[in-house]
Structures are given as structure tokens and as C-alpha cells.
Ligand binder design. Structure first.
Ligand code: ADP
Length: 676
């Protein structure tokens, strides 16, 4: 299957495949979109898990940090009691400790019965504990210290809220350290923590900068809070239980960071960008496919059109490459030579349709052609051979075949089978010869009748004189006696021979005049058609336009076909010759046939031959129908007289009159046929 058939086939099967192609494209686009969405979703899921993990980690780390800080503080507090300090010594150390540790609100030294022995408040804020309220808080201290005593180590009390005079308040937590002296309980060291300051002072800036960090109760109530409160649409939260001896605190971290971006990292963005690029490429591809499909369809249509055109041509077409191999033939060419396309395609020289006797000549011609010589534009004639061996003449018109790049890729030839043309030319030549022969015969007949006419009188005179002489030589006269019977016999012979000559001439005349007349009913158009080819031959030479006008429904003419054709031909020839003058530009010869009007006249058809020539001078008019009168160098001067004879033999008349505005019209009549 070649490209051409493929494309034509493609154009035919378009509807189902277009539908399928659209569905496939739709599925592909959906898949790519789904893939893209899934990719983005997974990436955001991953990113969320990452962020959550980080928050959890940071919460655990913060809890650890706080625990460690509490441990260190316990040690610092224990250090206050080292070496049995004096109250003033203790006071000084405690004050400096409080300066270093903002989270501690107050440090109390209590005796074994929990009575306050000595205390120091933080210098950074107004004392959160006064004497009145301290008694209210005593229960928490008691609880913590009893636990501490039980543990023999530091213990923390539950946190509680201390309202302040400014309307605000602080959440505090008591730490109780049991003191021993010589293995016996020697009192307690009670430190009050501000949970808010714990968050402020004991956690690294890194944590507080990124998170909102708080201590909460089990039900989520915030006890103290630190950090920025910017919030996204979604907050990542981690809670960590911080176990302390005697109590437990819940540390909660809220990440102020919102939902991760749609494209959280470069890789995802890159993949997404690639997916978008893929979709774009798909769209472009689809567009390109559409364009291609359109172009393919247009091409298929054009090819189908070209094929239909080539198939309908009667002209044979053949293309050859530069080496002379046949690359293309159309059906008309195959039909012409009788070979199939397959037999011809790719065939080199000599071609199968070359007659063997001309192969050498054609080879030479092709060599000249392949050498790059351009053949004549009007073509040349040649002879080809059909597959059955019969020869036929062709007219070949060749032209260089230029490809899309503008380079000559071979030769394109068009072929016309001119056998029919030849046959028609041969026929018209034969008919011309026939007409000429008839004309000659008619001329001879005319001459014979003229001669007979001219000779009749002298012969009659001879016969008369001979008869007169015989009468003079009447019997019994002297002369007769003198000259004897011989002279009488001779004179009688002269008279007889003259008589005989007269008879011969008369019979010739009769023969000419009464020659077998073959009358037939003929359509006037038929008569015109018979002579028109011959008229056209001469008209072309003399640049004359020939027009015919046949009245519609004109009856048939009853006539001798050959003779009437001769008349028409003669008149037309005279008319064209009359127009053959340089000053006459628009040379028109008009042949017209119509029926005469009127009751009697309707039996007649009128033929007229009109020209726009120089016209006929009065001198010429007088002698026009005279035999042998001519104004032409080559003329015989018999044409018009013959025409008149023929027309008159048919019972009609031949006349002429001036044409308006110039020229002459010759008009003759012929009887109309009753049959028609
Ligand atoms: P020929 O054509 O041989 O001269 P014709 O008898 O046909 O003989 O014509 C005689 C002459 O009549 C012509 O030589 C020409 O001078 C003149 N004649 C005939 N037809 C025309 C015409 N249509 N116009 C002018 N002159 C004509």
C-alpha cells in the first residue's frame, strides 16, 4: 500500500478512529492529572508528618531541658544549706541565688515544724506571698514537704494560682527540700517557682522562638504560656508529661506554623513542575496531532481530487526520473498502450511500447532529452506500439518535472492518441479529392457542352453548304457529268460526316446535360457540414471567420448532393478570395439557409453565401457568368458558369447582389423536399 492509498484510506476511516483517539487522550490527561494530584497530596502528607515529628521531638527535648534545670536548681538550693550557714549568711546566698534564677519567686528556710525561719523574695517583682495569703498556701507546702520527708528528697507540690493586687496573677509551684543535720530532720527549704518564669528562663530561645509553649492541666487549661501566638490554619501540637517527684506537669508545644505549603520542598515543586510541563507537552502534542490530522485530511482530499482528475483524463500521462525509469502512469496511458501499471512502473529504456523498428531512433531522442534539452512546447509526433503489437500515432508534449525543492527530478509527458485525428484528416483529404475530381468532371462537361454549342453552328453550316453543293450538283448538270459521280459521293460524304459530327456532339451535350441525376432529400445542415471542413481549411489560411445560419425547422432540399456541394464550395471559395485584401480586417464568411416566404415560394429553399470583400464592379458584373471570364491570374473562369448550370438543372436560379455595407451575396434556390 503506498502513501497515496494510505491517506485516502485514512480519510475514509476517520470517524471511529477520531472518537477512539479522543477517548485515549481524555484517559491519558485524567491519569496525568490524578498522578499529579496524588503526588502533591503525598508530598503534603509527608511534610505534615515531618513537621509533627519535629514538634514531638522538640517537646521531648524541652521536657528534658526543664527536668535538668529543675535538678540543677535543687542542687543550687541544697548548696545554700551547706556548712550550716548563719541566718544572715543564708540570706545573702539566697538573695544572690534568686537574682540568678528569675524562675524562683521565694526561698524559705523552715524548721522541722514548717515554721518559717528565714525567707528571701525575688528582687524582680513584688512579693507574691504575704503573710496572710501564705497561710492559705500552707496546705500545698505541707503536702510537698510531707512528700519530701517521705521520699527523703526533694518533692514538688501541685501548682496553684496566686492572684496579685494588679488584677493579674501567677501560677506557682512549691518545691520542698528536707534538711538533715546529723542524720536527723533539721527543717525544710521551700522554694516557690513561677511557672511562667520557668518557661521564660529555663527554655532555650530556639524553642520559644518557634513555638507557643505552655504548661497545661489535664483538661487543657493553660497554666502558663510563652512564645508567639501566630497561627496558621492548622496548628501542630505535642504534649509531654513531665514527671516531677510529687507532681506532674504537662508541657504542651504548639507550632505556630500553618499547614505545609502545597509545594513544600524543591523536589516536590520540581516534580510538580515537570508534571505540569508534561501536561503542557501533552496539550501541545494534541494540538500538533490535530493540525497534522487536519493536514493529513486536506492532503488526502487533494490526493483523491488529483486521482479523480487523472482517472477522468483522456490524455495519457507518464512521468520518468532523470535516468529514464517510469515513475508514474495514469489509467488513460495504460489504456492507450494496453500495458498494466505494474508492467510499466520502474521500466527503463527501451520502453515496452516502443516499436522495435524505432528503438534506435527513440533511444537517441531520449539521450538528447536526458542530456537536458527541452523538447518543443507544442509537442512532437511519434508512433507507439500497443501490447497486441498494433502501432498508433501519438502526439507527445514533454516538460521538465520540478520537485518541491525546485530541482528537476525527471520528465512529465502528456500523450494524445492521434489515430482518430489522422483518420479524419485522411477522410477530408479523400473527400476533397473527390470534390475536385467532380469539379474537374463538371468543368469538362461544361466545356463539352460549350464546345458542342459552339461547334454546332459551323457543323450545321458545313452540312448546309454540303447539301447546297449537292443540290447545285443536281443530276443531269454539266458539272456532274464532268466531274463524274465521285464529287457527288464526296459531297454526300461531307454532309453525312458533318451530320454525324453534329449527332456526336449533341449526344455528348445530351450526355452532359442529362447525366444521371441522383436527387435525394438532404438536410441543408448536412450539405453545409460536408463542405465546412474544406472551407475551414482555406479560411484558416486567409484568416476568415466562417459563420453558418440555418433557419430552424428548415425543410430538406431535393438535390444532387455532389453538385450542390460543388456549388457551395465554389461560391465560398470566390467569397474568401474576394476578402483576401490587406485592408479588410474583419473577414467574415456567412453561409445561410432559409425557406422562402409565400405560398408558392415556400417550395423553395434559399442558400446564400455572403462576403465582406471588395464587391463586383459593373464591368465584371456583365461578364460574371461567362465561361472563361476571370479576373484572377490563376483563375479558369468556369466556376460561376458551372454553378449556374447546376442550380438551373435543379430548377432554381443563381443571382448575386451587393452585401451591406460591403461585399457581395450570391443567392441560389433549390427545391424543398416534400418528404421533409
Ligand atoms: P474564377 O474563380 O476561376 O475566376 P469564376 O467564374 O468563379 O472563376 O469567377 C469569375 C469572376 O467573378 C472572378 O474572377 C471574380 O472576379 C468574380 N467574382 C466571383 N465571385 C466574386 C465575389 N464574391 N466577389 C467579387 N468578385 C467575384
Amino acid at each position: 500500500m503506498n502513501l497515496e492509498q494510505g491517506l485516502v484510506g485514512l480519510a475514509r476511516e476517520r470517524p471511529p478512529s477520531l472518537m477512539r483517539r479522543r477517548i485515549l487522550w481524555g484517559v491519558l490527561v485524567l491519569l496525568v492529572l490524578a498522578l499529579l494530584a496524588m503526588l502533591v497530596w503525598l508530598a503534603s502528607l509527608y511534610e505534615t508528618a515531618q513537621v509533627q515529628g519535629r514538634v514531638e521531638r522538640d517537646a521531648a527535648e524541652a521536657t528534658g531541658d526543664l527536668r535538668a534545670a529543675f535538678m540543677r536548681n535543687v542542687q543550687s538550693l541544697q548548696a545554700l544549706q551547706a556548712n550550716d550557714p548563719t541566718p544572715s549568711q543564708w540570706h545573702g546566698d539566697a538573695a544572690s541565688l534568686l537574682r540568678e534564677h528569675r524562675e524562683l519567686m521565694r526561698v524559705e528556710w523552715r524548721d522541722a515544724d514548717l515554721r518559717v525561719h528565714s525567707f528571701v523574695d525575688t528582687p524582680f517583682r513584688a512579693p507574691v506571698v504575704d503573710r496572710v495569703r501564705r497561710s492559705n498556701q500552707q496546705s500545698e507546702v505541707l503536702l510537698a514537704c510531707s512528700t519530701a520527708r517521705r521520699f527523703s528528697g526533694p518533692a514538688y507540690g501541685n501548682s496553684y494560682f496566686v492572684p496579685l493586687s494588679d488584677g493579674l496573677g501567677v501560677e506557682v509551684m512549691e518545691l520542698c527540700l528536707p534538711l538533715e543535720s546529723g542524720g536527723k530532720p533539721a527543717g525544710y527549704l521551700v522554694a516557690t517557682y513561677s511557672l511562667q518564669e520557668v518557661l521564660e528562663g529555663l527554655l532555650g530561645r530556639q524553642v520559644t522562638r518557634n513555638y507557643e509553649i505552655s504548661f497545661t492541666e489535664g483538661d487543657g487549661t493553660r497554666l502558663a504560656m510563652r512564645g508567639s501566638t501566630r497561627r496558621g490554619s492548622r496548628v501542630f501540637t505535642a504534649q509531654h508529661l513531665m514527671d516531677l517527684p510529687g507532681t506532674a506537669l504537662v508541657l504542651r508545644i504548639d507550632s505556630w506554623r500553618g499547614t505545609p505549603d502545597l509545594f513544600p520542598n524543591v523536589l516536590t515543586a520540581l516534580v510538580a513542575a515537570m508534571a505540569i510541563a508534561l501536561v503542557s507537552v501533552l496539550i501541545l502534542l494534541d494540538r500538533d496531532m490535530r493540525r497534522r490530522l487536519k493536514a493529513e485530511n486536506a492532503l488526502a482530499e487533494a490526493l483523491a481530487f488529483r486521482k479523480a482528475m487523472e482517472d477522468s483524463l483522456v490524455t495519457g500521462l507518464r512521468a520518468r526520473d532523470v535516468l529514464g525509469h517510469i515513475t508514474y502512469v495514469n489509467p488513460a496511458f495504460c489504456q492507450m498502450v494496453g500495458f498494466s501499471v505494474d508492467e510499466l512502473l520502474g521500466h527503463g529504456m527501451p520502453a515496452p511500447y516502443w516499436p522495435p523498428e524505432f528503438i534506435d531512433e527513440y533511444q537517441q531522442r531520449q539521450a538528447i532529452r536526458l542530456a537536458g534539452n527541452v523538447p518543443p512546447r507544442e509537442g512532437y509526433e511519434s508512433v507507439f506500439m500497443r501490447k497486441d503489437g498494433s502501432r498508433f500515432p501519438v502526439l507527445i508534449i514533454e516538460a521538465p518535472l520540478i520537485n518541491a525543492q525546485g530541482v528537476q527530478s525527471g520528465w512529465m509527458s502528456a500523450f494524445l492518441d492521434i489515430s482518430e485525428q489522422r483518420r479524419v484528416a485522411e477522410l477530408s483529404r479523400a473527400s476533397q479529392e473527390r470534390l475536385q475530381a467532380t469539379a474537374r468532371l463538371a468543368t469538362v462537361g461544361e466545356m463539352a457542352s460549350l464546345l458542342s454549342h459552339e461547334l454546332n453552328q459551323p457543323l450545321a453550316a458545313i452540312s448546309g453548304y454540303a447539301t447546297g453543293s449537292l443540290n447545285l450538283l443536281g443530276e443531269g448538270s454539266d458539272l456532274t457529268r464532268e466531274l463524274g459521280a465521285d464529287l457527288t459521293v464526296a459531297m454526300r460524304c461531307i454532309a453525312e460526316q458533318a451530320e454525324r459530327a453534329g449527332k456526336v456532339i449533341r449526344s455528348v451535350n445530351d450526355f452532359v446535360r442529362r447525366r444521371d441525376q441522383v436527387r435525394e432529400a438532404l438536410a441543408p445542415q448536412l450539405l453545409l457540414d460536408a463542405v465546412l471542413p474544406l472551407i475551414h481549411l482555406q479560411a484558416r489560411k486567409l484568416s476568415v471567420r466562417v459563420q453558418t445560419q440555418v433557419e430552424p425547422n428548415v425543410p430538406f432540399a431535393m438535390c444532387d448532393r455532389t453538385m450542390v456541394e460543388q456549388v457551395l464550395l465554389n461560391l465560398a471559395r470566390n467569397a474568401m478570395q474576394a476578402m483576401d485584401q490587406p485592408h479588410i480586417q474583419d473577414r467574415v464568411l456567412l453561409l445561410r439557409v432559409r425557406r422562402l416566404k409565400g405560398r408558392e415560394r415556400a417550395k423553395w429553399l434559399e442558400f446564400s453565401v455572403a462576403d465582406v470583400g471588395a464587391g463586383i464592379t459593373p464591368e465584371v458584373q456583365q461578364q460574371l457568368f461567362k465561361p472563361f471570364f476571370t479576373t484572377k491570374a490563376e483563375g479558369m473562369g468556369l466556376g460561376l458558369s458551372l454553378c449556374r448550370t447546376v442550380v438551373e438543372q435543379h430548377g432554381g436560379a443563381l443571382v448575386f447582389e451587393p452585401n451591406v455595407p460591403q461585399g457581395t451575396v450570391f443567392i441560389f434556390t433549390l427545391p424543398a423536399s416534400v418528404v421533409a
